[in-house]
Design a binder for this molecule. Structure first.
Ligand SMILES: C[S@@+](CC[C@H](N)C(=O)[O-])C[C@H]1O[C@@H](n2cnc3c(N)ncnc32)[C@H](O)[C@@H]1O
Ligand code: SF4
Ligand code: SF4
Length: 416
């Protein structure tokens, strides 16, 4: 008898254990060292050559195979089947798909945690309006179909409307403005409708007292909420983000309730990331914690192969700051991959610095590279890097207590 994993499965080895990635059910199954060794040996030998099937000691091995068969993960064969290698998707050069443009570092808020350290006094914007206009065209030619205007506060940038019109003329499929919404008036609402602009904004509490303590702008809650109501009344697509820090950690449930009452899709609350003014331990919440990474993990054929070659989130994205720096993500402020004032976008996209960011997979990340879940586990590089004392790009996240060298999950509840 021969035994093989089905063709819709991939076996992934960790330092100690293994995992079966099943593209049919979309599940990832953890297996121990013995099971891993057995499946490995069964690739080339018959089951009888691997174990004595008549020995009562091996009953559990046969039960394991039955279980795999029953779950649809493996099959027994009388004759030796051909070793079929699952087709890998063709390698394609990753293209630009998403562009953030940080129009200005100026802001009328001065949020405690702001990664771009924005405030009303910032005066270091360098990209000219003409350059933003040509960048929008060039990025679209390079493949970008989505664009987000962000900052600082993008509505403080005088030519933002013209940039939106340009993006529409170029044919971007998705245009979003990420704004604190305090400056949105009726003419903006009309413009958003006309130009099919999506809006994203941020709420830190369900009351002015706490929200304004985060933004350091008295009256900001009232202005933001007025805009939110108008946007919703007009049916403009709206996303609301919420970042939790010490100053608003008691507001987490209230924020979720407020978003539900408004009928806005609840996005997961995120904790402040250690970048810009946010790089301050004093800001960290004491009680509110985001859930630790833990099983179950899920997979698909596409995600599995993508995770082996590219970063699950960064690939295809760039952010251009108001000084012209190109970074792989708005949070990855130390990873400058070029500057559009010094080089063409095309050259930066072809450059090794950006390629390195886009192709950082968990095979490069400390500890994760030895973990059997590495092609199914989400990764946020800027967050892991920001929390690392030496700011290592390949640092492992603090949000995982798994030890792939012992197979033990620790501190599962420490952060919850
Ligand atoms: C920098 S703001 C720019 C857009 C606009 N001014 C606003 O606040 O909505 C974009 C988003 O990043 C979030 N943000 C800023 N600094 C952060 C940090 N250190 N960690 C996590 N999110 C942060 C803000 O709360 C906001 O939701
Ligand atoms: S988070 Fe947004 S609103 Fe707050 S200071 Fe930064 S850019 Fe301004
Ligand atoms: S974070 Fe790393 S070590 Fe933890 S489960 Fe994911 S891949 Fe494994």
């Amino acid at each position: 008898m021969y035994y093989r994993l089905n063709n819709s499965c991939q076996l992934v080895r960790g330092a100690l254990r293994g995992a079966i990635y099943d593209f049919q059910s979309g599940k990832v199954f953890s297996i121990n060292q013995d099971a891993l060794k057995l499946l490995d040996e069964c690739r080339n030998k018959s089951v009888e050559d691997v174990i004595d099937i008549n020995s009562p000691h091996n009953k559990n091995v046969l039960d394991f195979m039955d279980q795999l068969t029953y779950t649809g993960l493996g099959s027994a064969y009388i004759y030796k089947p051909k070793n079929k290698k699952q087709a890998e998707p063709e390698d394609e050069d990753e293209k630009l798909s998403f562009l953030w443009i940080e129009l200005t570092s100026k802001c009328n808020n001065k949020c405690l945690h702001c990664y771009s350290s924005s405030d009303a006094c910032r005066n270091d914007d360098k990209v000219t309006h003409d350059h933003w206009m040509s960048l929008i065209s060039e990025a679209h030619r390079e493949g970008a179909a989505s664009i987000q205007l962000i900052g600082g506060e993008p509505l403080l940038y005088p030519g933002w409307r013209e940039l939106v019109i340009k993006a529409n003329e170029e044919g971007y499929e998705f245009i979003e403005i990420f704004t604190n919404a305090t400056l949105i008036d009726d003419s903006c609402i009309e413009f958003f409708k006309q130009q099919k602009v999506n809006v994203a904004t941020t709420i830190y509490a369900d009351n002015a007292e706490v929200h304004d303590k985060v933004t350091l702008h008295q009256g900001s809650f009232r202005k933001t909420m007025n805009a939110v109501r108008k946007i919703l009344d007009e049916g403009i697509p709206l996303r609301i983000a919420s970042i939790i820090m010490k100053a608003n950690e008691n507001e987490a449930d209230n924020i979720i309730k407020l978003l539900e009452d408004l009928g806005v899709e609840t996005t997961k609350l995120d904790v402040v990331r250690p970048t810009g003014r946010g790089d301050d331990e004093e800001l960290l919440p004491e009680r509110f914690k985001i859930p630790m990474i833990k099983p179950p993990f899920y997979t698909s054929y596409e995600e599995f192969w993508k995770a082996r070659k590219q970063h699950n989130c960064l690939a295809g994205k760039i952010a251009v700051t108001s000084t012209g720096d190109v970074i792989p993500c708005i949070f990855a402020r130390n990873e400058v991959c070029g500057n559009i004032l010094a080089s063409s976008l095309g050259d930066i996209l072809k450059g090794s610095a950006l390629k390195r960011c886009w192709s950082t997979t968990k095979d490069h990340v400390k500890k994760c590279k030895d973990c059997e879940y590495r092609y199914a586990c989400y990764d946020c590089r800027p967050k892991a890097q920001g929390s690392d004392s030496s700011k290592d790009w390949c640092a492992c996240t603090e949000d995982c207590g798994y030890d792939p060298y012992t197979g033990i999950w620790e501190n599962l509840d420490k952060k919850e």
